[in-house]
Ligand binder design. Structure first.
Ligand code: MSP
Length: 514
């Protein structure tokens, strides 16, 4: 089965920060989890490179827009590499394949009569790259996201007949039984969208005559395609629309479009309307998360409180940085983070709970069994308990994008193993042969339970879990073993390691941070 997940394509005028990283890491974790569940995953990310905002930034920096985009898209790729993001493709909206895809779909909309010319005057926010009506502005007449005053713009543009899709959208968004149901998560935001849709929809300008940095309209070369129309179409370009029909048939529609709340309207209203107008299938799920604030303040360059992904990685390491970012706040609502809170969580979950479990288990194997998986009758009781906790609480939370809850279940399982070690006090079982046999059996049972939690944490901390697997003597490649295990959730009769398999000297996986 296929699974297609997307991140937003990020504006190429900004440097990648932890807001972008949060969305991309979340998508990566879901993509990795689906791969482990034997899905044929297509994971798309990229950069949004056209429009007035990019052109203005390039001008400020004395560069051509394309030079700026080349530089910035390379920076995004670098950061995704640093964060171990396993995207299938990275799309840039300045690529030829995308230009062809935009031209094709815009032409179809034009031929079907969904695009028409009209004079328009409105309030435009350059940061959002969109018009606002007065009722959508805040009490000071400013953009609700950027708190800047939109400028008055008047143009003759080509409009998309968004208003024709009000009912069709309502049916598909509000009715789970509809055969083209588009699920919006979380529920509160879905209800907000439905509420707004019920008030009616206005047609939307889909071209600009004053913006040169864009894709010329196929039927009027003096105008360029509105950057948001251009950007949304990336999701079909990426899977081969207008270039590779077989790929397109295989992967479209998207199973999940992921983003923050700021751009949910574009994805859940404008995008499905465009697809309906073009006669294409609709995305299955649109998930939006909240915004990060840092120590109670919005992250911004001017406030000087932006955390860069690199700072996070320098402090905690890549795997822990990924883990912390997606578990520090629930997926959905806004959340405030602070260095202090991140460090507290790092020490509690990783240095103490997980790190301690791994190092104490290996140390016992070192001391009593010369770094080997002891030979013993395999007791899988503890592993079965751990497996049961995770079977009940992990997949369901991953499917609902509640990644922090899925991880909470793993942490509970780790606590359970640590408690069992305290109860057994294996270090006391060293006198008689009977005790020594019990000791061997205890260590084996901890190792089997560790293998299970390691497989579940793999999408979150891929390199680190592969390392734990090797350090603790797990059989073969962790990815392959995990794929087999997740297919039926049956623990193999002989567990996940062979007796006398070599364990490695325990490295300090999570040095304590003050
Ligand atoms: N280019 C458009 C998206 C087009 S998609 C067809 C855009 N780009 S953006 O660079 O502004 O990225 C917005 C997205 O970045 C948000 O939806 C979210 O995924 C992520 N975030 C940016 N800042 C964020 C926070 N402070 N907190 C959480 N996520 C944030 O909009």
């Amino acid at each position: 089965m296929k699974f297609y997940i997307t991140t937003p394509i990020y504006y190429a005028n900004d440097i990648p920060h932890i807001g972008h990283s949060y969305t991309t890491i979340t998508s990566d974790i879901v993509a990795r989890w689906k791969r482990l569940n034997n899905f044929d995953v297509f994971f798309l990310t990229g950069t949004d490179e056209h429009g007035a905002k990019i052109a203005a930034t390039a001008k400020e920096k004395g560069k051509t827009p394309l030079d700026l985009c080349d530089e910035m898209s390379a920076r995004f790729k670098e950061v995704w590499k640093l964060l171990d993001i396993s995207y299938t493709e990275f799309i840039r909206t300045t690529e030829q394949s995308h230009l062809a895809s935009v031209r094709k779909i815009i032409e179809i909309l034009f031929e079907k009569g969904f695009i028409f010319k009209k004079k328009y005057e409105g309030l435009y926010c350059l940061e959002c790259e969109r018009f606002y009506s007065v009722k959508d502005l805040d009490e000071n007449g400013c953009c609700p996201f950027h708190r800047t005053r939109p400028t008055n713009q008047s143009e003759e543009n080509y409009f998309f007949k968004l208003s024709s899709f009000q009912n069709a959208l309502l049916e598909r968004i509000a009715n789970p039984d509809h055969k083209e149901y588009v699920e919006i998560q979380p529920e509160e935001r879905k209800n907000e969208i439905i509420g707004k849709l019920k008030l009616g929809l206005e047609d939307i300008s889909f071209s600009r005559s004053a913006v040169e940095w864009g894709i010329p309209l196929p039927f009027d070369k003096k105008q360029t395609v509105y950057v948001w129309a251009d950007a949304l179409i990336n999701y079909i370009t990426g899977t081969g629309y207008a270039a590779d029909e077989e790929k397109f048939q295989k992967y479209w529609p998207a199973d999940i479009h992921l983003m923050a709340k700021d751009i949910l309207w574009f994805h859940s209203v404008i995008w499905p309307a465009v697809l309906m107008a073009a006669g294409l299938p609709l995305p299955k799920k649109i998930c939006s998360h909240g915004f990060f604030t840092l120590n109670g303040r919005k992250m911004s360059k001017s406030a000087g409180n932006v955390i860069s992904p690199k700072e996070l990685v320098d402090k905690y390491g890549v795997d822990a940085a990924r883990y912390l970012l997606v578990t520090i706040m629930p997926f959905g609502p806004d959340g405030d983070i602070s260095w202090q809170e991140l460090t507290l969580k790092y020490n509690a979950d990783l240095a103490n709970n997980l790190g301690n479990l791994i190092s104490r288990t290996i140390k016992m194997a070192e001391k009593y069994f010369n770094f080997q998986v002891p030979q013993s009758v395999l007791n899988l009781e503890l592993a079965e308990k751990v497996a049961a906790i995770l079977k009940e609480n992990f997949a369901v939370n991953m499917d609902n994008m509640q990644l922090h809850k899925a991880v909470e279940a793993v942490q509970n399982a780790i606590t359970l193993i640590n408690k069992q070690i305290e109860v057994d006090s294996p270090w006391k079982l060293v006198k008689t042969d009977v005790e020594k046999r019990k000791l061997a059996s205890c260590i084996c049972s901890y190792l089997q339970a560790i293998y299970i939690i390691t497989m579940y944490l793999l999408p979150f901390m891929p390199a680190l879990c592969a390392k734990i697997w090797r350090m603790t003597g797990g059989n073969g490649d962790i990815n392959e073993t995990a794929k087999k295990y997740f297919a039926d959730l049956i623990i193999p009769e002989n567990g996940f390691s062979t007796p006398q398999a070599k364990l490695n000297v325990p490295e300090i996986l999570f040095p304590r941070i003050l």
